[in-house]
Design a protein around this ligand. Structure first.
Ligand code: C5P
Length: 223
């Protein structure tokens, strides 16, 4: 069986991908399935943690024994995560959060009028992971371990190290995107970048295996 090394801990995991409304029937979204975030939540619960899973548009059943909060947009995901981390020991941001959202979603369905396609004006979403790091730096009550995910296609280590520092997290799980890895597939492979430590390679394997290694690294850092 799984070790009970997370017993008595509260953890928050975000999963899936946000949808940013264009009008009542259309949105800007991404290809995240939520499989990796759900694997992280399942493994943490199996190891004894009290888990809040903030799920954005995930078509998977709720994992047993996990408190699931369903959201749609980046702004909703932010509010749910900020509320859930208030008394948490660790947070893992596995969700794919849209960087931008339409400034003013139309309240009615946009029609095909005229010859010119209509432009969709975008505005920046808050960076939730960076905000978690900032709140901790500012001395607010925060999880002692903050973990981000990043999909990188090139210069994985250099881009990842810069992102780890910029976002102020403790671990950054850098996915190798492509070749049947990451989005929507059962397998994953990653390099975990560690603030003030050596990177940890996680070879290709089931998303549960990656989740176990991530929780091992988190458990070792919990105070
Ligand atoms: O900057 P990038 O999108 O590559 O960073 C990915 C990490 O940051 C993920 O952990 C993701 O959940 C988080 N993120 C966030 N808020 C955003 C964009 C990304 O929390 N607006």
């Amino acid at each position: 069986g799984a070790p009970a090394d997370l017993a008595g801990r509260r953890v928050v995991v975000s999963a899936g991908g946000t949808r940013e409304a264009i009008d009542p029937v259309r949105f800007i979204g991404n290809r995240s399935s939520g499989l990796q975030g759900y694997a992280l939540a399942r493994v943490a619960a199996a190891r004894g943690a009290a888990v809040t899973l903030v799920a954005a548009n995930v078509a998977l059943p709720d994992p047993a024994g996990v408190d699931v909060v369903r959201v749609e947009s980046a702004l909703q995901l932010r509010d749910a995560v900020i509320e859930a981390v208030a008394d948490a020991d660790a947070v893992v941001m596995a969700a794919a959060v849209a960087d931008f959202r339409p400034v003013a979603p139309s309240r009615t369905k946009i029609k095909k009028t005229g010859d010119e396609p209509e432009a969709i004006h975008l505005t920046k979403n808050p960076d939730i992971l960076a905000e978690l790091g900032e709140r901790r730096r500012a001395g607010e009550k925060s999880p002692s371990v903050i973990v981000g995910f990043a999909a990188e296609t090139d210069d994985v280590l250099a881009n990842g190290q810069a992102k780890l520092a910029r976002k102020g997290c403790d671990l950054l799980v850098v996915n190798q995107v492509g070749e049947n890895l990451a989005f929507g597939t059962p397998d994953n492979a990653a390099t975990v970048l560690v603030a003030g430590g050596e990177p940890v390679e996680i070879p290709r394997g089931p998303k549960d295996d990656l989740a176990r290694v991530v929780w091992d690294l988190i458990a070792a850092r919990l105070v």
